[in-house]
Write a protein that binds this ligand. Structure first.
Ligand code: S3P
Length: 158
């Protein structure tokens, strides 16, 4: 089985994903880190040097690669839902981690990760723009205010 975590930047996909993978005894893959290792560049450097479209294509190619794996929890980048064709490359259980706008703002402020998409748009606007897309991709939606509670609801839904 493959689990795909989707949701806004700073919604906790990587932190929860790692923990979920440990509970299941599965491998964990963070797509941004996977792409960075392959490209020998940080995500923000890829945006800067080659543009967003190039990065989105790398994401799609990575999804194709990851379909070869089994027993894995995959934390996707927040923009994976921007290409609707990615949906059929996410063959497994797709979990949308929803977080309140208030919590997202707090988490982004506390985070040291450089997120190019947030340089041109406030996170509130991005949330409203993307919410429907996340719901379209998701098999289940889990509210991630408390990570352990969110993991319990994921495990219960299996
Ligand atoms: C992006 C989110 C980032 C990263 C890239 C684009 C987005 O990942 O993939 O900067 O468009 O929302 P996180 O969701 O892990 O921050």
């Amino acid at each position: 089985m493959r689990f795909y975590l989707i949701g806004m930047p700073a919604s906790g996909k990587s932190t929860l994903g790692l923990e979920l993978s440990k509970r299941l005894g599965y491998e964990f893959i963070d797509m941004d880190h996977y792409i960075e290792k392959e490209a020998f560049m940080f995500v923000d450097e890829i945006f800067e040097a080659y543009g967003e479209k190039f990065f989105r294509d790398l994401e799609t190619n990575t999804l194709k690669e990851l379909m070869k794996l089994d027993n894995v929890v995959i934390a996707t980048g927040g923009g994976i839902v921007l290409n609707k064709a990615n949906k059929r490359l996410m063959d497994g259980k797709v979990i949308y981690l929803d977080v309140s706008i208030l919590d997202l703002n707090k988490r982004v402020e506390e985070s040291s990760i450089v997120r190019p998409v947030l340089e041109s748009k406030p996170i509130n606007a991005l949330y409203l723009e993307r919410k429907e897309l996340y719901e379209y991709f998701a098999d289940i939606t889990v509210y991630n205010s408390d990570m352990n509670e969110a993991i319990e609801s994921i495990l219960k839904s299996l």
